[in-house]
Design a binder for this molecule. Structure first.
Ligand SMILES: NC(=O)c1ccc[n+]([C@@H]2O[C@H](COP(=O)([O-])OP(=O)(O)OC[C@H]3O[C@@H](n4cnc5c(N)ncnc54)[C@H](OP(=O)(O)O)[C@@H]3O)[C@@H](O)[C@H]2O)c1
Length: 287
């Protein structure tokens, strides 16, 4: 049986959907802090709250393989993931696949520390593991397109930094390939898109597809944080986002190893396709 944490999240939902196409739904269990939220996934759901270790053992009962999708609660994650790994040891889980961060061991991003701590826990656990060091989701950027269209410019502080992003669906498919394939034990994969692009390239693509000039405006880290604050984002979060963009300017989100498409056996989703999809979901006013 394959258990999946974060199954009610955006990545987890895609993993469950794609996994059902590869293996019987009765071999999949969705772990969720709210089982009500898991209704509709089409697989069994069990309560698993990282902050309530007593739920984790029960949730993992009978699971051979666990996909530990990293928690979204930055700052609490190392502790939360440790609780899951401890519970997996006690429950006799044989393999854990973990979603980490691209180049976690050398990344300047503030997020790296907690991922590295979890990678170390996994290596020390004695359980067979595979580490999926996921790069940035393309959706992190296509989500800013409506704001860029409203404001007439795409803002950031990533400079000329190249981003090898892929869509959540691409990363989900890679996770499914590892969960259902063989020979991945002990491996660490650096996962990014086949194509790399800069924020300048993204603004050019948005301009091309909308027929409107949407330039990229590169800001200092402080200016970008201020701009994000102006959009109503919380103080702590805007500093993190601006810091990640500076990391991107230093190449933190670039990887040309194409390990993702090697795992899935198909090219990753091109930026142009992801932009078109985003524009379909949120068409510009007057379109
Ligand atoms: N590569 C990237 O660009 C990128 C971007 C953002 C995040 N991430 C990382 O990748 C993960 C998956 O991405 P995503 O887009 O699917 O994020 P997401 O939609 O925010 O999903 C996060 C999942 O974590 C679950 N979770 C949070 N706290 C929990 C707790 N205490 N106990 C149990 N479950 C808990 C959430 O449960 P609920 O459904 O109940 O909320 C949700 O299912 C994120 O959590 C984060 O670690 C990566």
């Amino acid at each position: 049986m394959i258990a999946i944490t974060g199954a009610t999240g955006q990545l987890g939902r895609l993993v469950v959907e794609k996994l059902k196409a590869k293996t019987s739904a009765s071999d999949i269990v969705a772990l969720a802090r709210s089982t009500a939220k898991a209704a509709g996934l089409g697989v069994a759901a069990r309560e698993a709250d990282y902050d309530k270790p007593e739920t984790l053992g029960r949730a993992l009962d009978g699971a051979d393989t666990l996909l530990l999708i990293s928690s979204s609660e930055v700052g609490k994650r190392a502790t939360q993931h440790r609780a899951v790994i401890e519970a997996a040891k006690k429950a006799g889980v044989r393999r854990i696949v973990y979603t980490s961060l691209l180049h976690a061991d050398t990344s300047p991003l503030s997020l790296a520390e907690e991922h590295l701590a979890t990678e170390a826990e996994l290596k020390a656990s004695g359980i067979a593991f595979t580490i999926l060091r996921n790069g940035w989701y393309t959706e992190n950027y296509t989500g800013s397109i409506p704001g860029a269209l409203a404001g007439g410019a795409l803002l950031g502080s990533a400079g000329e930094g190249k981003v090898s992003s892929a869509t959540r669906a691409d990363f989900a498919e890679a996770a499914v390939a590892v969960l259902t394939g063989e020979g991945h034990e002990g491996r660490t994969y650096e996962l990014g898109g086949d194509e790399d692009w800069t924020l300048q390239d993204l603004s050019a693509e948005v301009s091309r597809q909308t027929g409107r000039a949407i330039p990229y405006r590169n800001l200092s880290e402080a200016e970008y944080a201020d701009a994000l604050k102006g959009f109503g984002l919380p103080e702590g979060f805007v500093r993190m986002i601006a810091g990640w963009d500076v990391g991107a300017s230093q190449g933190a989100l670039f990887d040309d190893s194409r390990q993702l498409s090697k795992l899935t056996g198909r090219p990753t989703t091109p930026l142009s396709v992801a932009v078109a999809e985003a524009l379909k979901q949120a068409p510009p006013a007057g379109a």
